[in-house]
Design a protein around this ligand. Structure first.
Ligand code: ZN
Length: 337
């Protein structure tokens, strides 16, 4: 059986604080006296009764993790540890999503947080061999003005390589905020060459995906799994090469799907739409990048050829340079299975 670790892959949907290692959270929360609920360590998120989890609990835990990052060194440590983790999981490329306003408490401006993120992404890329690019993101709960400020700061690092900002994202509770109100921020980002990668089609259905397509002109969509209920949108994604960033274990943990078998991986494989599989927030959902591939093999019954196909799609839908993508793709083509 193929060792899934050896498959070159791209990790395209991962949030900064949500990537933190559990031991790091333990250490930092102890150091700063931040109270972390015991249940956080004892239970995977999806073992909490459905009525008690949902978005608000998730966001509360995410914010606790963010608040434990209090210094420049803590911030750098998150990127270093994720680089090593992804190297171990067989990733060649990581596009890490960071909302700079979550870290102003370390004494930096929006631009200062992005400077720090890009600097460390560059260093860790060199040290691990995983090419780490940054996605600057805003939150649906933030004002459009803040979103525009983040976009303006992000464009100073526009590029597709290690330590550069490749895209602009929109995250947090899909039911919050008004999608159209962020259109100007995306316009600013796109005008400097950044790609558009809003979340959507996770907590809301295909009607909202259409709204996102019209207002934010996405190049990739965070999640987008609910597009499978709309044949026309799948057709549009396939034709216009708008890829999805699918996060199977996150979807089950947040109740988007009842079980791993309900995640529409086979429908997506047959749809002609490109997609990657990703960890989203492994600190909370307990499964990292390599785990996603293992789970699709073990629970969804995917064959090695299908897992390789997903890895190929992850490389293709990354925003890396075409020469890098070609190199990793050739490595994938050479795998015997
Ligand atoms: Zn996400």
């Amino acid at each position: 059986m193929l060792d899934l670790k050896t498959i070159p892959k791209a990790h395209l949907h991962l949030h900064f604080a949500g990537s933190m290692q559990e031991k790091t959270l333990k250490e930092l929360s102890y150091k700063y006296g931040v109270k972390v609920p015991d249940s956080f360590y004892n239970k995977p998120f999806d073992s909490i009764p459905a009525t008690k989890r949902g978005w608000h609990l998730f966001q509360e835990l995410y914010d606790i993790a963010s608040s434990c990052i209090q210094t420049e060194d803590d911030f750098r440590r998150i990127i270093i540890e994720e680089g090593l983790q992804d190297k171990n999981d067989g990733a060649k490329r990581l596009e890490m999503q960071i909302n700079p306003t979550d870290y102003l408490h370390i004494g930096k401006t929006i631009q200062g947080v992005l400077d720090l993120a890009c600097d460390q992404a560059k260093i860790t890329s060199r040290e691990t061999g995983v090419e780490i690019a940054v996605i600057a993101a805003t939150s649906r709960t933030a004002s459009p003005k803040i979103a525009e400020d983040i976009a303006k700061a992000a464009i100073n690092y526009a590029g597709d390589g290690a330590g550069e900002i490749v895209a602009f994202g929109l995250s947090n509770d899909e039911l919050a905020g008004k999608t159209e109100s962020f259109a100007n921020a995306f316009k600013i980002a796109k005008s400097a060459g950044l790609k558009s990668v809003p979340h959507g089609g996770e907590l809301l259905g295909h009607e909202h995906i259409w709204q996102i397509v019209r207002a934010l002109k996405p190049d990739r969509i965070g999640h987008g799994v609910r597009a499978t209920t709309d044949h026309f949108i799948l057709q549009k994604f396939a034709m216009e090469k708008i890829a999805l960033e699918v996060c199977p274990t996150s979807n089950v943990a947040l109740g988007v799907f009842k079980s791993q078998l309900d995640v529409p991986i086979r429908e997506l494989l047959g749809s002609g739409v490109k997609f990657s599989i990703n960890a989203d927030d492994p600190l909370l959902f307990k499964y990292r990048l390599l785990d996603q591939y293992k789970i699709l093999r073990e629970k969804n019954g995917l064959f090695d050829r299908e897992l390789i196909r997903i890895a190929k799609m992850s490389i293709k839908s990354s925003f890396a340079s075409s020469s890098q993508k070609r190199k990793w793709y050739e490595e994938l083509e050479a795998i015997k299975y």
